[in-house]
Design a protein around this ligand. Structure first.
Ligand SMILES: C[S@@+](CC[C@H](N)C(=O)[O-])C[C@H]1O[C@@H](n2cnc3c(N)ncnc32)[C@H](O)[C@@H]1O
Ligand code: SF4
Length: 451
């Protein structure tokens, strides 16, 4: 039985902590790392290993009020076309800089809504990408799909380009919840979009859901889970609504009194998780589910699960290169983020330069903490022997943290024979525990709630 009082004493219901899609997290990136690092890190990549490429499309036909993603609403196609022209220039710069022979292991289009692109624009971008870096023998190409801004022709265009995975945004099917988040989307339209994806040979379909939304009670959530299950997704991401109106101004449209409280959020997360497990899916990390035969579930079983800016992944490429406004790249040496403001991004790329705005160069002390936090978020376990074998004496502060946290969170974690393990009753605290290994974690920094 889950001991709510003990979880509450451990801070689950009042602590705000990062989601740890990177370490250090993006607020700690700074302007001393920029375009010169990006160019050097790119041109010195080892071509024997394929890379991942992320393309950001920061536009949507609708602007959902709950959404904290970097995107802007547009009513005509002309800003999108102008942006694609600039993106093509950035891809050309990428081609001119990357080492000859570099191959693509992963490609991901995110946003915003990549499905705002017309088939002609999709074809153009794909031709440029594949001219710059062809796919490796084995590759995965995924696209974030907004069913309300999609049609068969767009899906066909992405499939022509090689798309073999897709992620569909659902959030919640209840009309009242949808109205409160400014995001109407029928079950039928979503079902037809899944059908079109399957017809086009898409092997793996993910569905994004969100709990903790305005007017979302347990019944609404359960009903959405059942409807999502009827679509037979291969993966599900169940995010806790991050209410951060100081950052995502459009969330000010959401009345705070309509939001479920922390205890309700906890019950929602637990209930939906149980329903997906009963349905036959494996639990992946803190907020994903996958069919046992899906590659994400296989990676989780084999200890190969990773965490990047898109969440959980089985991507083992050594570098993730982000193109487009606000995109974040990860190289073995560190992180670089492009200008978040689309106008600034367009300005620098049009001048023939990169558009890196800030970043972080990873020293050994950062790398060892990054590995420990990723292991905790993915495997609920830190193997100090493995970390020490890689990082030597740099692993000592992580060991000290394991000792300290094992005392502080007794009953939720164990630290025995060099293994720091989160017990099943402590899993809800994983982000809080990860923050215990974060050397940058300031107690009053504003993040989303831990549950
Ligand atoms: C970049 S959005 C792209 C989705 C696509 N445009 C759509 O609407 O279908 C990716 C996902 O982030 C999640 N997301 C966005 N804002 C969020 C928030 N404030 N809290 C939790 N999850 C959020 C949603 O589940 C969303 O589907
Ligand atoms: S949820 Fe999707 S469609 Fe809605 S604003 Fe965010 S990115 Fe755009």
């Amino acid at each position: 039985m889950t001991d709510l009082n003990a979880l509450s004493d451990a801070g689950l219901f009042e602590k705000n902590v990062p989601r740890y899609t990177s370490y250090p997290t993006a607020p700690h990136f700074h302007g001393d790392v920029g375009s010169a690092n990006f160019a050097f890190w790119l041109e010195t990549l080892d071509i024997s290993k394929p890379v991942s490429l992320y393309i950001h499309i920061p536009f949507c036909e609708r602007l959902c009020w709950f959404c904290a993603c970097r995107t802007q609403g547009v009513t005509t196609l002309s800003p999108v076309e102008a942006y694609v022209d600039v993106l093509l220039q950035e891809i050309a710069l990428f081609k001119a800089t990357r080492p000859e022979g570099l191959k693509l292991g992963r490609l991901h289009f995110g946003g915003g809504s990549p499905t705002i692109l017309t088939p002609a624009l999709i074809d153009k971008i794909m031709a440029a990408i594949l001219d710059a870096t062809p796919f490796d023998k084995e590759y995965e190409f995924s696209v974030e799909i907004d069913p309300t801004a999609c049609n068969d022709e767009k899906i066909e265009a992405f499939a022509r380009g090689g798309m073999n995975r897709a992620s569909i945004g659902v959030q919640d099917f209840n009309p009242k919840v949808q109205e409160a988040i400014g995001r109407p989307q029928s079950y039928e339209l979503t079902r037809d979009t899944v059908g079109a994806l399957r017809r086009n040979g898409i092997e793996s379909v993910n569905i994004d859901m969100v709990y903790g939304l305005p007017f979302q009670g347990l019944d609404e959530l359960k009903n959405t889970v059942e409807l999502v299950q009827s679509l037979a997704p291969d993966r599900v991401a169940l995010f806790g609504y991050a209410h951060v109106p100081w950052m995502a101004k459009r969330q000010q449209m959401i009345p705070e009194e309509s939001l479920p409280g922390a205890h309700e959020r906890f019950e929602q997360a637990e209930t939906a998780a149980k329903m997906f497990v009963d349905y036959g899916m494996d639990v992946i990390g803190i907020d994903h589910f996958a069919k046992p035969e899906d590659s994400l579930a296989i990676a989780a079983r084999n200890g190969h699960l990773r965490r990047n800016f898109q969440g959980y992944t089985d991507d083992r490429c050594v570098a993730l290169i982000g193109l487009g406004a606000s995109s974040i790249s990860r190289f073995p040496q560190g992180y670089i983020q492009n200008n978040a403001a689309t106008t600034n991004y367009i300005k620098s790329i049009t001048l023939g330069d990169w558009s890196a705005a800030k970043g972080f160069s990873l020293g050994m002390t950062d790398q060892v903490r990054a590995r420990a936090i990723e292991a905790l978020m993915c495997d609920f376990e830190i193997d100090l022997e493995e970390i020490t074998a890689t990082f030597g004496d740099f692993a000592k502060p992580v060991k000290a943290d394991c000792v300290r946290l094992a005392k502080e969170y007794k009953g939720f974690v164990t630290f025995k024979k060099g293994r720091f393990k989160v017990l099943p009753e402590g899993r809800a605290l994983t982000r809080i525990l990860a923050s215990g290994f974060d050397a940058f974690n300031a107690p009053n920094h504003r993040h989303s709630s831990a549950i």
